[in-house]
Each structure stands twice: as C-alpha cells, then as structure tokens.
Design a protein around this ligand. Structure first.
Ligand SMILES: [Zn+2]
Length: 269
C-alpha cells in the first residue's frame, strides 16, 4: 500500500534547459539506465524518477513522522537540468537525490576533467576505471600521491565513491555497496590496465580507454563507471537502505579531485 502524499508536495512545472551540462549528465548517467517503458523523453523519465524519489520519502515520513519537516524539504528538491517552477531549495544530499548527485558530483567531475586546456590535451587520453567494494569502515579511495594519479602521470584524476543498492547480492548480505570509480586524463602511451594491475589494489580495478580528450569521450567515460540504477533505491522493499543513506556518510567526502595544474606538463619535461 502506498503512503499518503503530504499536502506540502510542490507541483513543479518542468521545462528542459537548453544546452545544459546538467541535463546532458542527467540523461546519460541516470535517465538512460531507466527501463524504456518509462517514456522516451528526458522530461517523461525525469517525472517517473521524481515520483519514485518522492514516494520513498513519503514512506520514510510514514515510518518516522518526526522527520516530516526535513524530509518534506528534501522531496521538494528541484530536478537538475530543468527550469523548475516554483523555485525551491536544493537538498544537498547526493547520496539519495539524483538531482543533487548531478549538481554536486557529476557536474563537478565533468568540469574538473574539462579544465585541461585544449592546447594541453595533445598526446593525452581519457580513461576510466571502477570496482565495487563492501560498505565497511574504510572508504576505498586511493591516495593522490601514491595511486593511479601518480602511477599514470595524470593531468587530472577524479575519484568518486557512490553508495548504491545492489539488488543482486546473495540473501543475508548488506544491499548497500560502494561503487568506487575513477576518471583520468593520462598520457596516450600509458597502459591503464598495466598500471592498475598492482597487488596493493584489492579488489582489482577494471580500466578502459576512451581516446582523445573531448567532451563526448569524457561523458562516455563517466557513463562507463558512474551509470547506476537509481530506481532500485526507491523501491518499497529498499526503504531501510534509503533511510540508512539519507543519514549515512555524514562526514565523508565522497568525491576527491586531483585537479589540473597548468605547470604539470612543463615540469614533467
Ligand atoms: Zn537534492
């Protein structure tokens, strides 16, 4: 049985933003992973996602009425990539909110990778790697001074840890796992799989190359390691995992960027 829709839900009027980086990233990394029968346009899919996200918050409010106020604010977070009217505040919780995941994680990563000026891109390529780890005490981030960033002599390295619901885990095991992903700009002649194949990295990272440093290839690389099934998080039987994520990882920095520095290439000569 579905929970009651609270009166304070805002009915957004959504219009896709033209030439929006947010919409591009939302489409490729989130909406494209949704089943085809949810609609063929960005708007139709975003509406389905918005409803699913909201219904999970309604269920959370029913389970914990004391959180009604905070959760009502969160469920009225405006979808990214669209002009949403009336205007509301963002919830700033990218662990459960797909709109804030786009704003605070994907856009940030994309901009950091594109920060390499066109004149410095010659001789470099885009690569991505990833792995799934258990959600235990320690986050699986690799160090910027001893890890893929230095091993590959990268111009930029973006690492992200995304907690997600994996519905395929064997029964009895925790459903929330961590997707650890990296996207880098590294020299063309660097063999990513060879560099990542070190005994100190367990579980192992799987790497893939995407060619020249272009907008399109950066998006392809992000899709390869960051496209997760967000709808799983909003299924009624995953309410416990959702509630855990709403309040979890409070003090953790889940995106880490080793940014482009203009003099990196010069000093390497
Ligand atoms: Zn949000």
């Amino acid at each position: 049985m579905e929970s009651q829709k609270p009166k304070s839900t805002i009915d957004f009027k959504l219009t896709p933003k033209a030439k929006s980086t947010s919409l591009l990233l939302l489409r490729h990394c989130i909406l494209d992973k949704m089943p085809q029968n949810y609609g063929s346009t960005d708007l139709a899919k975003a509406q389905v996602l918005l409803n699913a996200y909201r219904y999970q918050y309604y269920r959370a409010i029913t389970a914990q009425p004391e959180n009604r106020r905070a959760y009502t604010y969160a469920l009225n977070c405006p979808p990214s990539g669209f002009n949403a009217l009336p205007k509301t505040k963002t919830c700033k919780n990218p662990k459960v909110c797909p709109w804030c995941f786009v704003r605070l994680r994907l856009v940030k990563a994309y901009r950091a990778l594109l920060a390499v000026p066109v004149s410095a891109r010659e001789g470099y390529q885009v690569v991505a790697w990833g792995r799934v780890t258990l959600n235990d005490e320690k986050l699986p981030f690799l160090r910027s001074n001893y890890g893929p960033h230095t091993w590959c002599e990268a111009l930029v390295t973006v690492q992200m840890v995304v907690p997600f619901v994996n519905e395929n885990v064997p029964q009895g095991q925790p459903k929330v796992q961590l997707c650890h992903s990296g996207i880098q700009i590294i020299p063309k002649d660097c063999e990513i799989s060879k560099e990542l194949n070190r005994y100190c990295i367990r579980p192992a990272l799987k790497g893939k190359m995407f060619g020249k440093v272009t907008h399109d290839n950066i998006i392809k690389a992000m899709v390869a390691v960051l496209r997760l099934e967000w709808m799983a998080l909003y299924r009624p039987h995953n309410l416990d995992a959702f509630e855990g994520l709403v309040n979890g990882f409070k003090r953790s920095q889940l995106i880490r960027i080793s940014p482009y520095k203009a003099d990196t290439a010069d000093t390497a000569v």
